[in-house]
Design a binder for this molecule. Structure first.
Ligand SMILES: Nc1ncnc2c1ncn2[C@@H]1O[C@H](COP(=O)(O)OP(=O)(O)OP(=O)(O)O)[C@@H](O)[C@H]1O
Ligand SMILES: [Mg+2]
Length: 448
């Protein structure tokens, strides 16, 4: 793993660099935004740590530039002044995290590692040690459509069928891909993800197919492609709608023949990776326009999972919000334990055009601002998008006291139990938790 440290104070970069080395993290230092730009163009980095205040181009500008140029690695913003507003701006521009100087290098190392691990922007190869699907992120929600999606996943995951997942940005397509892998017949095999849109077109083919030594100038060694790497596991082709037409035909051939030939190679090799593809584009429309091959579309569309936008399933918001808050409580060390009723109501009414990702951003910001252990309406910044009138006019539940995260969970469990007339196995399945966990929660909440 290689990190770019952008800081005008040379002493910070060099001491941090030394610290990273202990953990086998390589790093380069750039002393200002301009040299950072040059280095980013010339080297691949897995993450960037960017100082906010720098002479010339400041950190915010650099982040903006990086995102506009398509650099998608995780970015951590460092600010010497601890100015919350800048931190929020940085998060808006696409930084994943921020730290206030002076920071603890050890904490920074952990943050970096976690972010890089979570980043779906590069090809990731993971070997899943624990075979059970229980500890994995499940696709959270209790709306009928989410329940249906979880059922479909369980049903089709064990087969080898190709799956196409579609939905707006931030609806959880990657979560679904991972869940399919977790419930597949080979959950211990690798989960390999590639973001088609994130790889330059000229590298995409060799990334996917690999090459033999000497296949082209610069091919000094043999390279294994992702189809091969994913053998015995799952290959997640994210943003498949960004696949250039010239490559689409080659992908089609792999799906048909279940064989690949490395670039410059002669012998085709069998491929036994499960393929999951995802996109937020309208592939049917692309097929009509001739920008996506119809035959490839049908090859991919064997099983289709369509994730509805979050604004069409606002019932999922309380549960999602509760799970997001617990997650950030753990990583931020905060102790938020619920919502003021108006806050939860506002979240449910808001049209999240950025879907669950926007919900996460809104809540993360709210948690930074929250002065008590409950998120209030004034902590939420929901101005960014417009509410649709029909959603606005929905009858409101009138609640008096703050709604705790536990209460949200309790309600979800009791509703699931009601739906299944007390059948715990079914209720647990629907909730995406183990039966054991359900039983212990039932007694915790006194739902017997
Ligand atoms: N149902 C869900 N349960 C739990 N977490 C979810 C759910 N849906 C989305 N998320 C979370 O929301 C964020 C966005 O999800 P994800 O990256 O899978 O979206 P996506 O559809 O792949 O978006 P994009 O098209 O922008 O790549 C992630 O942090 C993910 O963990
Ligand atoms: Mg995605």
């Amino acid at each position: 793993m290689k990190v770019l440290i952008v800081d005008d104070e040379e002493s910070i970069s060099s001491s941090l660099g030394k610290f990273f080395k202990i953990d086998d993290i390589e790093s380069d230092a750039a002393e200002n935004g301009y040299s950072a730009q040059r280095m980013l163009r010339e080297n691949p980095y897995d993450a960037a740590l960017v100082d906010l205040k720098m002479p010339g181009m400041d950190g915010l500008e650099l982040i903006k530039w990086m995102r506009s140029e398509g650099f998608r690695m995780p970015i951590i913003m460092a600010s010497a002044h601890g100015e919350i507003e800048d931190a929020v701006k940085a998060l808006k521009e696409g930084a994943q995290d921020y730290v206030v100087k002076p920071f603890d290098p050890e904490e920074m190392t952990i943050k970096l590692k976690n972010l890089v691990e979570a980043s779906n922007l590069r090809a990731v190869v993971e070997s899943n040690k624990s075979g059970s699907a229980e500890n994995k992120t499940t696709f959270i929600g209790e709306s009928p459509s989410v329940i249906k999606i979880r059922e479909v996943i369980k049903k089709i995951a064990p087969s080898n069928a190709t799956v196409l997942v579609t939905g707006e940005s931030g609806t959880g397509k990657e979560v679904i891909a991972r869940e399919i892998h977790a419930f597949s017949s080979a959950p211990d095999g690798p989960f390999v993800a590639i973001n088609i849109g994130g790889v330059p077109e000229n590298l995409l083919e060799s990334e996917l197919f690999g090459y033999e030594k000497g296949a082209f100038t610069g091919a000094v060694n043999r390279k294994t492609g992702l189809f091969e790497l994913a053998s015995g596991g799952t290959l997640f082709l994210d943003e498949i709608g960004d696949m250039p037409l010239s490559l689409q035909v080659k992908i089609l051939r792999v799906l048909q023949d279940r064989k690949i030939t490395r670039l410059g190679g002669t012998t085709p090799m069998p491929i036994n990776a499960r393929i999951v593809a995802a996109t937020n584009k309208n592939l049917e429309e692309m097929v009509q326009k001739g920008t996506f091959r119809e035959d490839l579309f049908y090859r991919l569309n064997v099983v289709r999972i369509i994730i509805p936008p979050l604004r069409e399933r606002s019932e999922d918001i309380p549960l999602l919000a509760a799970s997001i808050i617990s997650k950030y409580n753990r990583s931020m060390g905060s102790k938020i334990d619920g919502f003021a009723p108006e806050a939860l109501e506002a979240l449910k009414k808001h049209d999240f055009y950025g879907n669950v990702r926007e919900l996460e951003n809104v809540l993360e910001r709210a948690m930074i601002f929250a002065e008590q252990n409950v998120i209030t309406l004034s902590d939420l910044d929901l101005r960014s998008s417009v509410s649709r009138p029909d959603v606005q006019n929905k009858p409101k539940e009138v609640l008096q006291e703050a709604v705790s995260l536990k209460e949200i969970e309790k309600q979800a469990i009791s509703r699931a139990l009601q739906r299944w007339e007390g059948n715990r196995t079914h209720a647990a399945e629907e909730l995406g938790i183990s039966r054991r966990t359900l039983i212990s929660k039932i007694s915790e909440y006194g739902l017997e």
